[in-house]
Structure formats: C-alpha cells, structure tokens
Write a protein that binds this ligand. Sequence first.
Ligand code: ASP
Length: 434
Amino acid sequence: MPWYKKLHVWIILGLILGLAYGIFAAGMGWGQFTKNWISPFGTIFLRSLFLIAVPLILASIITGIASLSDTRKLARIGGKTIGIYISTTVAALIIGLVLVNVIKPGASVPEAVRVELQADWGGMAGQRMESAEEAQERGPLEFLVDMVPDNIFGSASSNRNMLQVVFIAILFGISLLLLPADKSRPLLSFFQSLNALVIKIVQLIMYIAPIGVFALLADTVTLISQDNLSELWGLLGALGVYMIVVVVGLLIQMTLTYGSIVKFMTPMSLKRFVFGIAPAQLVAFSTSSSGATLPVTMEVTEKKIGVSEEVSSFVLPLGATINMDGTALYQAVAAVFIAQTIGIALGFGAQLEIILLAVLASIGTAAVPSAGIIMLIIILQSINVPAAGIALILGVDRILDMCRTVCNVTGDATVATLVASTEGQLDIQLTGEA
Ligand code: ASP
C-alpha cells in the first residue's frame, strides 16, 4: 500500500503538525483563536470516540462471553487475564520505584522553585483535593462496591463509570451463556449486530482521526503554555528530571516488560506488534484516555495483530478499565518525587504500601484524562505525605498523562496477545499489513 493511503501516517502527520502549530500559536499569543476555531474539532473527535465506548464495551463483552462454549472457559480466560494484568502492573511499579529511588529527581529541585510551584499551582491542587476528599473518606473495600451499579442507565450515563458497564456486560454475558440456546439466540444476535455496527462506526470515525489529533495537540500545547512559552520552558526545566524519570520508566516498561512478553512468550513478531499497535498509541497520546482509545485498540489488536475476537472482546474492555500500568508507574514516581522534594524520607514499608495502593488505584482509576492524579492524592494521604504537594507536578501533568496513557493501552494489547497465544487464538499468519 502506498504511504499516503496508510492511516497511521496521516495520524502522525496530524500529531506533528498539531505540536508545531501549538508551539507557534503559543509564541504568537493565539490561545483564544485556537480555543475558538481549532479545539472544537478535537472535542468532536474525542466525543465521537467516547460516544461509542459504552455500546462497544456492552456489545463486545456480552457477545464475547456468550459465544464461549462454557463458563469454565470464561473462568480460565478471566483468571489468566486478571493474573497477568496484576503482574504487569507490579512490574511497572517496581521499575518506577527503582528509578525514582536511584535518580532522586526530588533532590534536584531548589527550594525557591518548590515554593514558586506551590504558589502557582496551589489553587488547582486544592480543586483536585476536593475531588479526592470523598474517595478518601471511604472504606478499603469501597472500590468493590463501586463496581456494582444500582442502575443500568445511571452507569451508562457517565464515562467515568466504565467499570460498572463492564460489570453489567459480564453479568449479561454469563447469564446468556447459561440460558438455553432458543432463549438466548435473539438477544445474542442483537448484540452481535450492535457489535458489528460499532466497529463500522469506529472505521468511520478514524477517517477524521488526523484532524482530531491535530486539533487535540494544538489545543493541549496552547492550554499548557497559556500564551507564555518562556514560562512553559521554565516549568519543563524545573521538572525536567522528574519528567525524564517517568518517561524513561514508561519506555522501560514498554520495551522490556511488554517487549519480552511478546518476543519470548508468544509466537508474534515484535515488528508486527509494534507497527500494529501504533495507531492506538497515537490516539492514546492525543486523547489521554484509554477509554476513548478502546475502539481503536480493539480494531488494531484484531485486524493487525491477529488476536481473535473472542479474546479481544473480553480482555481489552476489561484492560481499558482496570489495567493501567503507566498510571501506576507514574503514581509511584510522583509520590516519591513529592516526598523527596518536601524532604520526607519514605522507608521500605511506605514504598511497599505504594505498590499495593497503586495496584488498587489502577483498577479504580477511570479511563479518562487526568484521572490518575486524583488517585495519587489518596496514595499520598495514605503514606502521610501532604497531598497539597501535587501542586509541584500539576503543571506538567497533562504531558505525562499523554505518555502514561500510551503505556496503558500498549499493556492491554500485550496482555490480549499473550492470552490469545495461550488459548491458541492468535493468528500469526494474518495477511493484514504489518
Ligand atoms: N488518562 C489515563 C488513561 O485514560 C488515566 C490517568 O492516568 O489519568 O489511561
């Protein structure tokens, strides 16, 4: 296929142009113009993806489970999936903690910069802390309670409730599987048809992806810089080492953990995997939301990587909502960084607590932009680090959110590939383009 017909080439172009435009516009003070005339196209793209996320989760999980031969198979695939998800999250946390303890990015922040950051971002930190307040007052098992909705329409009405939608879908799928065939057939056909419809809609939405990605990037850069590029460079300089630690950690997780899983534990060629997953990574980077990226992740994991629909339709929606390795790694680094900057020593026990809390937070974090920072506040409070410390890192959070979302999405696709391979459901002969 010629290069100009490849969608990911256009998405990369949109991304680079969006970034370049954003920097230029920030320098020219075009923030308001960008907000009025460019950002809406990004919002339309993001909304279209979110629009189909809930029907996609419902239709794909229900048809995925209901077409399994029996509940034992579901228990096997489900157990395997959750086990691998937790293992990759723990691996990410260990990488993050080792890096932040060895490099000590907090030690390089001068006192004056710390005071300035807290003064500049303290107000916004206060808002975030209010959102976290409610969550922090609840008991340790509250996250389990949160998974079970008391109203189907209530859950479907907010993209923050995707985990509840997953719960409903699993319940429907299992019940359909247990019904006699003549009773389940009509509903199953309905959801199969809905599934096909949603996949078609995803393909249509992807035609506007390059424009959407351009607009999202342009919007993000002008928003972060607030028409003041020199301030942005200053912020990046002050928090540079911290950002490098997070990004290097994410890269290690993606190359070492995911790379080894794909290379040594599946028959999949690493090249096919890397090229196959690229469009989903680009959308994740631009939208900062694994929920919004889910439709694209599913499309490429099936069509380009060769994971069967049976596996991807269950493993990926579950992963988008409960598996956030990038978020967990970032939370660990950020928590220790804040403690280092404020001058609080965190012992081995506190760091173990971070691992435990971040694994739980990864399950509870909504797959939407900036959700990870709310959970970070809860982690900070549990290890007795003042939560107001998030003011130190808020300025660059959006940039790191984009990066950690790429890792989250790649992790989901890696686990789907591994599960499919162990189930004999990975088509490595796939004739699609690598
Ligand atoms: N934006 C992330 C995601 O959707 C979650 C987070 O870390 O804020 O995967």
